[in-house]
Design a protein around this ligand. Sequence first.
Ligand code: NAD
Ligand code: UDP
Length: 338
Amino acid sequence: MTIFVTGGAGYIGSHTVIKLVENGYDVVVADNFSNSKKEAVKRTRELAGKDFPLYEIDICNERMLSKIFTIHDIDCVIHFAGLKAVGESVEKPLEYYKNNLNSTIALLSAMKSHNINNIIFSSSATVYRPDNKMPLTEDSLTGGCTNPYGWTKFMCEQIITDTVNATGRLTAVVLRYFNPIGAHESGRIGEDPQDTPNNIMPYIAQTAVGRREFLSVFGDDWDTVDGTGVRDYLHVVDLAEGHVAAIKYATENPNGTSIFNLGTGKGVSVLELVTAFEEATGVSVPRKITQRRPGDIATCYTATGKAKELLGWETKKTLKEACADTWNWQKNNPNGYV
Ligand code: NAD
Ligand code: UDP
């Protein structure tokens, strides 16, 4: 079976490519390197032990997608490609809507022309309304997103669902990720934000390695265990395995859209995360409590029942392992792939 991986040079994509190859799949990667480096693909090939094809294209370009689908007999698409910085999406909404929506539409159109009937889509916990009860289940209410990035995921889910309903032969698995952290155990690939990190884990790692002076903790007056924000942090390698499970599920349950939350089911506060990182690595992380970040919510974590029951997937790696693997990547690559 051959899997077409859009955004396969990125953080989650590169780890998933390795898991796909380990599980016997052939892989074709496409990326425009707008938020990644060719070095990541080189190292992914080394770790996978396989020289898979790579196309440097914009996924919005349906003509190029069509060319690739003529060359390769693709069975399933995993659509990681997209812009993902929440703050940037508020400043540049049109870039986000253009890139994330047009890429999804071009991909679905090219898939239709070439009779490719399986798609796994990277969605996010941000599609859930901020006022849901915790833990979030796949039936929790969606919408009311607080930024354009979240709306692009919400809209792409709708575009995929409508296309599935119209064609009758498409199978879509929508994966709503919670907070991926960690890196491949080799320390050769990991998360490499191009600018100042938006997410907490790369910020912690860059502070630990001396690239940042201190971590700003965005508020200690939330209604949580210690006043700091609570999230559901899962190891990126576990998340990668979730995609392997999703492909199996799609092939065994054809026609229709299925939605799964992928997370650990455990909420961890910012201060608990920092402590876990310090304990796992022996490196201290200077921090200062600052103002709340606009748009943040107190707590977000998932119920894990549906993914366990239907995908046969659950996280295996601990928070400590995720912290140790993040540090292994960061200390060996203090400036990322550069
Ligand atoms: P990433 O930025 O590391 O990877 C995305 C890749 O897509 C990058 O290599 C980028 O160059 C590429 N890309 C973007 N637009 C493209 C286009 N038009 N054509 C070709 N390539 C393009 O991000 P990631 O963390 O690996 O996330 C992967 C997916 O998962 C994204 O869709 C993201 O929104 C989603 N997601 C990520 C998180 C997270 O915390 N990392 C959480 C929830 C959902
Ligand atoms: N956070 C923080 N400092 C940072 C980045 C994030 O205190 O520099 C907090 C943030 O307020 C939230 C948690 O860490 O409570 C996770 O934030 P992140 O942006 O990584 O994920 P998201 O909020 O999108 O789930």
